[in-house]
Design a protein around this ligand. Structure first.
Ligand code: SUG
Length: 415
């Protein structure tokens, strides 16, 4: 049966704070801080287990090889090189799997297969070298070509950041959906990371029906406020869109187009006077996982930071009391990731598929949960000081940690 499976990125052993993403306010604010990779990975694992305990299907992707030796070679890296380039080769940024690919489930596509296009992530040098290894992993997890088509990236002249700028509306996960692609135009001091032509190309390639696709421009003020991806200010699930009212460049037209394309939609547009755009970006309310509970109704999995925000709590109390589709709110501690601008939604890639068609090695169960925890506790560095980036001892322990994980999960072909 078609089900939504969330594939979380296991936080890699090189997780650090290098301040590499201009326009991502949390990441730049935490540049130079000491990071805690072991705690980060355990926080991510707890979030996955929490969602599994709700009865949801949960998968994972493993960290990519870091430092990326091939990338350093391509950069003709030397000791005098910009330290940001070196840190980029060490980045654990592939943990944010919402940026791994754009996914169009089988009911939406012309050939009835689930299509995935790996994101090129060209806007940020530290992320632009993720896709070849991500693609290898996607091709392994979704190798069954009767059910999946896994595509390479769109040409690098069009920046593509994957599912973080993509929402899907459908009466149920297994029903045909309306796919909403959100793109940006650089108008201010921060870059727009999703190019309109990248989105249009992905939609064509996936064989989506033109009358069930929307292309909407992100508001320049949202990007200026720190919404470097649309999923910082909006989330959708089945018939529900929960977004800040200043998400889109032309909000009236956007809400109208969404309602026209999917008449059953329930739009919750949160006004500025209830929650300012700045507070929304600070606490990441909208970077939540909006999930369908097996017993019916939806739950919103928000970061602890949002739970701690007074205006958010007031809004959520009223939302849950209104007896709408969102019945429960759960808070997750993903603080290590949040300090790099990655909330609960950034950490997962949603794939609607029948779990039996996915390589079972990528699906979380109790045994694999225990195995991941044991390897992380034993091998992940407790902390990384940015001054340690480049150290060959640290590189060796990061490589050994990843190798131990691949071994424990029977995924050594990704070594
Ligand atoms: O691309 N942060 C990531 C956060 C990605 C969040 N993903 C979604 N919104 N879906 C980024 O900006 C910071 C790394 C550093 O600075 O060390 C970073 O890459």
């Amino acid at each position: 049966m078609l089900t939504e499976i969330n594939f979380d990125g296991v936080v890699g052993p090189s997780h650090n704070y290098a301040g590499l993403s201009p326009g991502n306010l949390a990441a730049t604010a935490h540049a130079g801080d000491v990071s805690f990779p072991r705690a980060a990975a355990l926080q991510g694992l707890e979030k996955m287990l929490g969602n599994r305990a709700l009865g949801l299907a949960q998968g994972f992707f493993v960290p990519l090889p870091r430092p990326n030796a091939l990338w350093l070679e391509q950069l003709s890296a030397d000791a005098g090189m910009d330290p940001a380039l070196l840190a980029g080769a060490w980045s654990a940024s592939a943990m944010w799997t919402a940026n791994a690919a754009t996914v169009s489930p089988a009911p939406d596509t012309a050939d009835g297969r689930c299509h995935l296009t790996v994101a090129n992530l060209v806007s940020m040098p530290h992320r632009a070298h993720e896709w070849p290894d991500t693609l290898r992993q996607l091709r392994l997890a979704f190798a069954d070509e009767r059910h999946f088509a896994v595509h390479g990236p769109v040409p690098p002249c069009f920046g593509d950041e994957g599912a973080a700028n993509h929402m899907r509306l459908a009466s149920g996960h297994g029903a045909p959906g309306v796919e909403i692609f959100v793109y940006g135009r650089t108008r201010g001091r921060f870059p727009a990371r999703q190019n309109e032509q990248a989105s249009r190309l992905v939609a064509r390639r996936h064989g989506l029906a033109p009358d069930r696709v929307l292309f909407l421009e992100q508001s320049a003020e949202a990007i200026a406020a720190g919404a470097f991806h649309n999923d910082v200010v909006a989330v959708a699930n089945e018939n529900v869109v929960l977004a800040h009212e200043r998400t889109f460049a032309d909000p009236a037209r956007a809400w109208e187009a969404i309602a026209e394309a999917h008449p059953e939609v329930q739009i919750v547009a949160v006004p500025d006077n209830v929650l300012s755009l700045e507070e929304a970006v600070r606490c990441y309310l909208f970077n939540a996982q909006l999930v369908t509970l097996p017993e019916g109704g939806q739950a919103l999995v928000i970061p602890d930071e949002a739970w701690g925000s007074l205006p958010v709590r007031r809004f959520l109390d009223a939302l849950v009391a209104s007896n709408g589709p969102i019945r429960r709110v759960l808070a997750a501690n993903v603080r290590q990731s949040m300090a790099n601008g990655g909330g609960p939604a950034c950490l997962r890639l949603r794939v609607v598929a029948d779990p039996v068609t996915v390589d079972p090695r990528f699906l979380l169960d109790d045994r694999k949960g225990d195995a991941i925890r044991a390897v992380v506790e034993r091998h992940w560095p407790e902390q990384i000081d940015p001054a340690d980036i480049g150290s060959s001892t640290l590189a060796a322990s990061i490589n050994a940690a990843r190798a131990a994980l691949l071994d424990a999960l029977d995924l050594t072909e990704l070594a």
